[in-house]
Design a protein around this ligand. Structure first.
Ligand code: PMP
Length: 283
């Protein structure tokens, strides 16, 4: 695999970054993940805009323009013959003597690499997935896509231990979001419900696109917090992310939810999403 590390295209196995990088020492950085489906970079401008916002929120100057980011992504696809998978981008504040305070003018460290998998061929889309709930242990600025991911590492370890597909995180009685996804339910009155944007959750790019499609389909969208009890009486339950598109949920904490099978709202949104992707020009 070829990566793009500190300004150069290099074989990933040989790539190194300095030990004094603040991303390594403090988790002082942000990241993005864009899906690649049949040679198309999915929702890429939105991902790059969110990257720009994450950087601005922590006071790192965006080292590249949108055109430059897209250029490097495209070149990574070409060099790796990547048709289906992901492009990972990480920007950390840079290399400096270890101290919490940082000097202005550090050169941000950029690391990018591809991962290969067919996002659109996940068998769980047909069978439905299972989730557990875990306490949301993260910090109070979850709208920033920070590389400090200890709470998510712990949540995903619990997912593995439980042999399920994803964890939804609880703040008191309310679901905030998935460990690496946005949570959606469909209510008995056929409203599509997902938590409103705030500093409590990441503004999911797939969330945004799915809401747009749902509006086009004439669904009523309600953006508000919802509880575990709301999930138990929902007619459908699913989660979205760039790396999965959307996954229907049929069981939560060992209890059947969403009618125990992927539902029609999920199916129509998922199919429309893929259809839209295939309208994009391939690289
Ligand atoms: N919430 C969290 C905490 C995430 O890590 C992710 C995946 N990056 C998402 C939501 C989904 O965001 P997106 O649709 O932009 O991948």
């Amino acid at each position: 695999r070829i990566g793009f590390v500190m300004g150069k295209f290099v074989p990933l196995r040989e790539a190194v970054i300095p030990v004094m990088d603040r991303g390594f020492l403090f988790g002082d950085g942000v990241y993005e993940v864009t899906a690649v489906i049949e040679g198309r970079l999915v929702d890429n401008d939105h991902h790059l805009r969110r990257l720009d916002r994450s950087l601005a929120e922590i006071g790192i100057a965006n080292p590249f323009s949108i055109e430059k980011w897209t250029g490097v992504e495209t070149e990574l696809m070409r060099r790796n013959e990547l048709r289906n998978g992901l492009i990972y981008i990480q920007v950390s504040r840079g290399v400096a003597e270890r101290a919490f305070q940082y000097k202005d003018g550090l050169e941000p460290t950029v690391v990018m690499f591809p991962q290969f998998n067919r996002v659109q061929s996940n068998p769980v889309i047909k069978t439905g997935g299972r989730i557990i709930t875990v306490p949301d242990l993260r910090w109070a600025r979850r709208d920033i896509k920070s590389t400090s991911l200890l709470a998510q590492v712990m949540a995903k370890h619990a997912v593995k231990q439980a042999g399920v597909n994803e964890a939804w995180m609880l703040d008191g009685d309310e679901i905030t979001e998935g460990a690496s996804s946005t949570a959606f339910i469909v209510s008995a009155s056929n409203e599509l419900i997902t938590r409103n944007l705030s500093q409590d959750i990441l503004p999911g790019i797939t969330r945004r696109t799915i809401i747009e499609i749902a509006k086009r389909h004439g669904l009523t969208i309600v953006e508000r917090p919802f509880s575990k009890a709301d999930v138990l009486c929902a007619t459908e339950v699913f989660y979205t992310s760039a790396s999965t598109i959307a996954v229907p949920v049929i069981e939560m904490d060992g209890v059947s939810v969403g009618g125990g099978a992927p539902g029609p709202v999920f199916r129509s949104l998922y199919d429309a999403y893929l259809q839209d992707v295939m309208q994009l020009p391939a690289i």
